[in-house]
Design a protein around this ligand. Structure first.
Ligand code: ZN
Length: 295
């Protein structure tokens, strides 16, 4: 792990200069140890497979990872959990509840999968205090329009609980990624608080279209605009104006700890877009604070 007190000081200086009380990061990964180890093993294997190395910058114990976010001044963060098969989501949600209970600052996070019983366990999670969900269409390889999920989207829309959805086709496409399936979902559930993970990379423009069409659609910045992503899937310069205009619906996300660079780089990548301090204040703090009801 390559980090230092210096890094924390630089992150704090970033938001201190903006005059906000800290950062709200809607996209961080905390998960049961065994699951996280598998995720890390996957990223370790990615390099030799694709030629693009993905060294995990913050590979350390959970306690240390939480402490780092605190040192960075991240006042709210999530524990993005997601199943790759049936029979896992409810167990993950139990873990998510325990983690949030023992971790001040963590927004209680839950997940789902198209399977028997999904409506019941999603309802229990919401009633139990889950304030954000994660859905991963590429890893889970499911259609968001699966009839089993239909009542779930209605329930989440009504409860106003946001869903961070990995629905873009980066870094690898899945059968149900891309703007098509999600567009169908939103046509039926226009009030669903959908947060498009990674700005919908690489289909940025299509997902900005959806955000313009549906007032409850938001996008998280996770890994977008960084040197790493710009090499593979550059954000179209022609859409910078729309990105600025949608500033109220762009949320800071980082993918901490599974990132192949330091946390500060995500923040600097936002700053160098030159969309202004007001935009940065909204993205890095204000929008997330409003979404999660921070006073
Ligand atoms: Zn992620």
């Amino acid at each position: 792990m390559t980090t230092s007190a210096d890094e924390a000081a630089q992150v704090r200086a970033f938001w201190g200069r903006l005059g906000v009380p800290g950062l709200v990061d809607v996209h961080t990964h905390f998960m049961p140890g065994r699951v996280l180890e598998k995720v890390w093993a996957y990223f370790d294997a990615v390099g030799p497979m694709t030629g693009v190395e993905w060294p995990i910058t913050y590979r350390c114990e959970e306690e240390e990872r939480v402490a780092l976010l605190r040192e960075f001044g991240v006042v709210r963060f999530t524990s993005m959990i997601y199943p790759h098969k049936a029979g896992m989501a409810e167990w993950l949600n139990g873990w998510g509840g325990q983690f949030a209970a023992r971790t001040p600052g963590c927004v209680r996070t839950a997940t789902l999968f198209p399977e028997a019983g999904v409506e019941a366990y999603v309802r229990r999670a919401v009633e139990g205090g889950a304030r954000v969900f994660k859905a991963h269409l590429q890893v889970g390889a499911y259609d968001p329009n699966d009839p089993l999920l239909e009542p779930v989207w209605g329930l989440l829309a009504e409860a106003g609980v946001p869903v961070v959805m990995h629905c873009g086709s980066g870094p690898a496409p899945g059968k149900f990624t891309g703007p098509g399936p999600v567009g169908e979902l939103l046509a039926r559930h226009p009030r669903l608080r959908l947060i498009v993970a990674h700005m919908g990379m690489p289909e940025y423009a299509d997902f900005l279209d959806l955000a313009q069409r549906y007032a409850e659609v938001r996008l998280d910045t996770t890994m977008a605009f960084t040197d790493f992503s710009e090499r593979m899937a550059p954000f179209p310069k022609t859409d910078l104006g729309r990105l600025r205009d949608l500033g109220e619906r762009v949320l800071l996300g980082s993918d901490f700890p599974n990132i192949p660079y330091g946390y500060l780089h995500q923040l600097e990548s936002l700053q160098r877009l030159q969309l202004g301090d007001e935009w940065l204040r909204a993205v890095c703090y204000g929008n997330g604070a409003r979404l999660f009801g921070i006073g």
